[in-house]
Design a protein around this ligand. Structure first.
Ligand code: NAD
Length: 267
């Protein structure tokens, strides 16, 4: 299937590692021009070089999008490198294994800023340019925890619930502009960032330090799912490549779960 992504310009926030890196590689493989974004120049350059070496085309934009200044820096770099973006993937996010009583109000505000307002910043900076193109894709990464929360990590889960709400609102705001807005909600995905948290959980639960053993416990006890395993970043990236394509023109305001069936909901 030709996803018709050749020469579409795509900014993927937080794409030096994990799910974001997989998205950047998948889009580049489909012929898109990708802008790798991260906070550290060296890591972003490394990822861009890897994409170039595999026949793709990549630019780099560095900045902390949890600040207005950092987000402006990223948007300016993107606009000066490629003119505008056709595709914005709001992927960057942080998570910590905090409980209700050890996440203080400042912690809640900080993670809301990092995970939600960072998305808002990139939307406000880039959507005016997308509107001029008369076509665009905004894809936001939430989490299965947005609609099926646990007691733990309440501050993180709330940011992902906000993301779902924001997507639907923005899809309505951008009616008749040619821009669609969708959410992708991963389940447990074995990225290095997530594994760091899973190792912490394993310590408290006595699951040991071997990854294979930890994964087995996670699937049996923490996130049981009919697919009986954790997901891989590429499995999230594949659906994003499709949603980013012109073929997905009639998918708008949706939340697509990539969780092995772990969220027990009919939609
Ligand atoms: P990760 O930590 O491997 O990657 C996130 C990237 O975003 C990192 O490179 C980080 O440096 C970057 N980033 C974060 N805040 C940033 C900021 N303010 N400015 C610039 N860069 C920033 O994480 P991941 O596991 O790949 O997660 C990616 C997204 O998927 C996150 O939004 C996360 O909440 C979501 N998610 C992950 C999982 C999972 O199990 N891995 C599950 C559901 C949702």
């Amino acid at each position: 299937m030709d996803l018709q992504l050749r020469d579409k310009r795509a900014l993927i926030t937080g794409s030096t590692s994990g799910i974001g890196a997989a998205i950047a590689k998948a889009l580049a493989q489909e012929g898109a021009i990708v802008i790798v974004h991260g906070r550290k120049e060296e890591q972003a350059n490394q990822m861009a070089e890897e994409i170039d070496a595999n026949g793709g085309k990549a630019f780099v934009a560095v900045g902390d999008i949890s600040t207005d200044e950092g987000a402006r820096q990223v948007a300016n770099k993107v606009l000066s490198s490629v003119g505008s973006v056709d595709i914005l993937v709001n992927n960057a996010g942080i998570y910590e294994d905090r409980t209700w009583m050890d996440s203080d109000p400042k912690g809640w505000a900080d993670i809301y800023n990092a995970n939600v307002i960072s998305m808002v910043r990139m939307i406000q900076l880039l959507v005016p340019h997308m509107k001029q193109l008369g076509w665009g894709r905004i894809i936001q990464i939430a989490s299965g925890l947005a609609i099926q929360p646990f007691a733990a990590r309440p501050d993180y889960q709330a940011t992902k619930a906000a993301t779902l709400n924001m997507t639907v609102s923005l899809a309505k705001e951008l009616a008749q502009t040619g821009i669609t807005v969708n959410t992708v909600s991963p389940g447990l995905i074995a990225t290095e960032g997530a594994k760091r948290i899973f190792h912490q959980i394993a310590l408290t639960k006595g699951w040991g330090s071997e990854w294979a053993e930890i994964e087995k416990h996670l699937v049996q006890e923490d996130w049981p799912n009919p697919s009986s395993r954790l997901g891989r970043p590429e499995e999230v990236a594949n659906i994003i490549a499709y949603l980013a394509s012109p073929l997905a023109d009639y998918i708008n305001g949706a939340n697509i779960r990539v969780d092995g069936g772990g969220v027990g909901a009919i939609n």
